[in-house]
Design a protein around this ligand. Structure first.
Ligand code: CP
Length: 316
């Protein structure tokens, strides 16, 4: 694996999931694989789980890690080509990224969309510039449109909790939120579950919250949450802002919040969320604090997913 930006960089999801679960069973299985190698983790936005789990994963493989919070600590970066840099940006990515390529063997990068111009965000200009100019493998720690380490984790969590012979029914449901959030987690979850192909996959959201079809194609999509939840084995809860009329909040109907009452029609579904979660906005306390909730197990699995990805990059 030369980079990890989306599911397209993975040759076999099932093998990667097996590798993650092997590391979960034996964290130091490959403890010398990354000895003498260094990973840089650049954050243009806040993070708790991704920042910590990826460092632990790298360290389990013997790598050194350095975290750099570009936002508050680094120079303001410019990404436009042929721009006259007479404004607020201080350093062009063309100059910064090759330097990082000299310091590190692998570069992890978290960016976020601005949610102003769809074409700009969906071109993935920021992460693509780092790939182009750093000259080393780049791992997405969440980009403008996708969150692949989260999605791999989500499949690891489903795989380790599902023991029946039949295919599970997995439902991705939109939830209310107080802020306009990116579509990254939902896009990425849809992309990975579709590519995995081992579940009956339903997406439910209010009208006007359609995601980009390039990620959802293959899923059943409905605006009727009650119908979607019926018989679900897994319910993945996530807010996202509108994609078509980009970055807006059209609906914040609290009736879309997942509650125990709604779970009653499911197959005692496992409930997932990438975290951080707004309690009693996206998900009720009663659900998050119940035995149905997988959120802590899911966040714990971030380590093993990251370790499997770094291992693939180190051995390629
Ligand atoms: N789920 C997730 O990426 O969490 P952080 O933003 O805390 O890294």
């Amino acid at each position: 694996m030369k980079k990890f930006i989306s599911v397209s960089d993975v040759s076999s999801i099932s093998k990667l999931v097996d590798k993650a679960l092997a590391y979960k069973a034996s964290p130091f299985l490959d403890k010398t694989l990354g000895v003498g190698k260094r990973m840089g983790l650049l954050f243009l936005n806040p993070s708790m789980r991704t920042r910590l789990s990826t460092q632990i994963a790298a360290q389990n493989l013997g790598m050194d890690t350095i975290v750099f919070n570009v936002g508050p600590e680094g120079w303001a970066l410019e990404f436009e080509e042929e721009v006259i840099m007479s404004g607020t940006t201080v350093e062009h990515v063309k100059d910064a990224a090759p330097v990082l390529g000299k310091y590190f063997d692998i570069l992890g990068l978290r960016t976020f969309p601005l949610l102003k111009h769809k074409e700009e965000d969906y071109s993935e200009q920021v992460i693509n510039q780092f790939i182009k100019y750093s000259g080393i493998p780049v791992v997405s720690l969440e980009s403008a449109t996708l969150h692949p380490l989260q999605s791999l984790t989500d499949i690891v969590t489903i795989a380790e909790t599902w023991s029946e012979a039949r295919r599970p029914k997995i439902v991705l449901t939109w939830a209310p939120h107080v802020k306009a959030l990116p579509q990254c987690v939902a896009n990425s979850f849809a992309q990975w579950i579709n590519a995995w192909g081992q579940a009956d996959f339903v997406i439910t959201h209010p009208e006007d919250y359609e995601l980009d079809e390039q990620f959802t194609k293959g899923a059943t999509i409905t605006h009727n949450q009650e119908e979607a939840l019926r018989g679900a084995d897994y319910v993945y809860v996530k807010n996202w802002s509108t994609y078509t009329d980009y970055g807006k909040i059209y609906c914040n109907d609290p009736n879309w919040m997942l509650t125990n009452k709604k779970l009653a029609s499911t197959n005692s579904a496992n409930v997932m969320h990438c975290l951080p979660v707004r309690r009693n906005v996206e998900l009720s306390d009663e659900v998050l604090d119940s035995a149905n909730s997988l959120v802590t197990q899911q966040a714990g699995n971030r380590v093993w997913a990251a370790q499997a990805v770094l291992s693939e990059i180190l051995t390629s």
